[in-house]
Design a protein around this ligand. Structure first.
Ligand code: SF4
Length: 320
């Protein structure tokens, strides 16, 4: 049974931590609520941190002559420099972060589709902007997984996000305390997972480990860069399907024709977005238990995050 390191996640404080929204409310999120048991959170509310109270008059992003401002229409005040200053200071003070969960559509925390008004007194807006704090997060941590609580209701996005944060947490332990052998073991157990995210990088990482005569610290840093780069994009259905087909090959001779047909039928459903990856992984895992395969058993691809986070209710709200 795999044990999991606890990811360190920065989260918007109004999601499941404190009722600090402009209207004094809190946002509920099953994802964050369930993740609390398995991850360590650093909750932050940038608007409260710059001195705006709770409740408060809402702020918005206003584009004035090509320059974005964080504007409070009721008071006519701008909090742009305060927000930029706080964000820089807060993010510079963070050390090793495995991911961010931010509040969607907020002019401070929203990672995409945030309303941007055209002029201080113009009611016209477009949902094409990024919150001030979120923008700084992206520039300080360009390759770390960043999601909002709305997108995490989608099962594919959530599967990817969980996979990334638990992989990065596992690597953080190896990077900070591990020997060269620990690094080799990390690479070995993550081979299928890395293959699914970025095949070319997976090979580069393998070459780095097999041919490098550099200092361990340098190898770890280079490996870390490649890992972050690999996880900076979402896994693709085709790559996951290739890994699943590759896994089928390990058991092909032992399976009956109807069993193989059943697998391929479900693989088509996965490709069509009708079932999540976890269903296909469970199918392979049942064969690992039945026929035994030490190599596949240790592959994180089949157990990328704690089983308890694979909530059935989550499946319905994303597939439906
Ligand atoms: S979205 Fe961000 S700034 Fe707004 S209440 Fe939540 S944590 Fe605070």
């Amino acid at each position: 049974m795999r044990s999991y390191e606890r990811p360190i996640i920065v989260s918007s404080k109004c999601i499941e931590f404190e009722p600090c929204r402009y209207n004094g409310l809190m946002i509920s999120s099953d994802v964050v609520a369930n993740l609390k048991k398995y991850a360590d959170f650093i909750p932050v509310c940038p608007e409260v941190a710059i001195g705006l109270g709770v409740p408060r008059d809402p702020v918005r992003i206003v584009d004035d002559g090509g320059q974005n401002h964080l504007y409070q229409p009721k008071t006519g005040e701008c909090f742009t420099s305060e927000m930029e200053q706080f964000s820089e200071q807060f993010l510079n003070g963070l050390n090793e972060i495995d991911g961010f969960i931010l509040k969607n559509r907020s002019p401070s925390c929203g990672i995409k589709n945030v309303k941007r008004y055209h002029g201080f007194n113009n009611p016209g807006s477009m949902r094409d902007s990024v919150g001030f704090f979120a923008e700084k997060v992206k520039s300080h941590f360009p390759n770390q997984p960043v999601e909002d609580e709305g997108r995490l209701r989608n099962i594919s996005i959530r599967e990817d996000f969980f996979t990334k944060i638990f992989t990065l947490a596992d690597f953080r332990r190896v990077k900070n305390q591990g020997s060269f052998q620990d690094l080799l073991d990390f690479h070995s157990r993550n081979k299928f997972l890395l293959l699914a995210f970025n095949q070319e990088n997976m090979r580069r990482m393998g070459r780095l480990l097999s041919s490098s005569s550099d200092l361990l610290e340098d190898i770890k840093n280079n490996y870390c860069e490649l890992l972050l780069h690999s996880l900076s994009e979402n896994s693709k259905t085709t790559s996951n399907s290739n890994v699943l087909m590759h896994s089928l090959g390990y058991f092909s001779a032992k399976l009956t024709q109807p069993e193989k047909a059943f697998f391929l039928e479900n693989l088509e459903k996965y490709r069509g977005g009708r079932i999540p990856l976890m269903v296909m992984s469970s199918l392979i895992k049942s064969w690992i238990i039945r026929f035994g395969s030490e190599y596949l058993e240790k592959q994180t691809f089949f157990n990328p995050y704690p089983d308890e986070l694979m909530q059935v209710s989550f499946i319905y709200d994303k597939m439906g």
